[in-house]
Ligand binder design. Structure first.
Ligand SMILES: C[S@@+](CC[C@H](N)C(=O)[O-])C[C@H]1O[C@@H](n2cnc3c(N)ncnc32)[C@H](O)[C@@H]1O
Length: 266
């Protein structure tokens, strides 16, 4: 996932997801002066700048937004970097990367990232390591990653392109398993929200826009197979009732399953 412009041009659903809950949680958090904040998995930084930074800028001393993709970070720094907002490369699964930020942050935010993380417990342990005592986290991601589902249920003809995607090792966890992992990492969970949500795209090709910005198979498929792969996605997603396409208007309703966890390091 290292095409920042493509991602930023197709993230209306991710924006509506975060806009739906951010202000409410921020009001419920305890704030001190001059806090230093970490955001994990910022991607191209457009949502960081337009949503998270906008809400926080008058409360905080510094927002450090990280992503494991150097291309995302280069784009984010060039487009949105400023004295109070820095973008840095960091892999949340890599303890060596995170060690240097031990007990550094007052709060940690993360949106739509952890469903791409292979080892959730390593990621949660590293967040715990980087957070100060009394610090709070607000983490939101998909319980069920539709791209992983499409790849796992893939017909034989596509499988030869799969090795490059590394998605095979991603686990699918239940809500209770995810909460148990936060607790195992040392957090006290304050609240969990996990209601299914819907987002309506004007048409199926707008959904394909989002899928192509995160599904690495789009990078490796020969161009003449792309239309067929779109149909494959459509069949699998409709079969699982994740997509519903209106036969008259073409409007495409995507059902997704996010989890939002607010927790504290005592
Ligand atoms: C779907 S984008 C989310 C971007 C933005 N936060 C949003 O809500 O739209 C997920 C981002 O998480 C990053 N990511 C995935 N695994 C990561 C890891 N282990 N450490 C840090 N970032 C990671 C990806 O590089 C990608 O930019």
């Amino acid at each position: 996932m290292d095409r920042p412009k493509l991602y930023a041009d197709n993230d209306a659903m991710q924006r509506s997801n975060v806009n739906g809950f951010l202000s409410k949680f921020i009001e419920n958090m305890t704030w001190k002066q001059d806090e230093v904040i970490l955001e994990i998995g910022c991607g191209p930084g457009d949502m960081t700048n337009d949503i998270l930074y906008r809400v926080l800028q008058n409360k905080i001393k510094q927002l450090v937004s990280v992503d494991k993709s150097a291309k995302m970070i280069e784009y984010a720094n060039k487009t949105y970097g400023c004295s109070k907002l820095n973008f840095k490369v960091l892999d949340i699964e890599c303890t060596n990367n995170c060690d240097s930020y031990s007990n550094c942050f007052d709060k940690i935010f993360s949106f739509f990232c952890f469903h791409w993380v292979n080892n959730l417990l390593d990621g949660f342990n590293n967040m715990h390591l980087m957070l100060k005592h009394g610090g709070e986290i607000l983490v939101n991601f998909l319980i069920f990653n539709p791209i992983v589902y499409v790849h796992r249920s893939m017909d034989e003809e596509w499988k030869k392109y799969m090795d490059v995607t590394k998605l095979k090792s991603l686990n699918i966890y239940s809500k209770d398993e995810i909460i148990a992992l936060f607790i195992k990492a040392g957090f006290r969970v304050i609240s969990v929200e996990s209601d299914a949500k819907k987002f309506i795209f004007p048409d199926f090709s707008s959904y394909i826009g989002v899928a192509s910005s995160v599904d690495e198979l789009f990078n490796v498929l020969p161009p003449h197979l792309l239309d067929k792969y779109h149909m494959h996605i459509k069949d699998k997603m409709c079969e699982k009732q994740l997509l519903e396409i209106c036969p008259t208007t073409g409007k495409t309703t995507f059902t997704y399953y996010p989890i939002t966890v607010h927790a504290i390091k005592d």
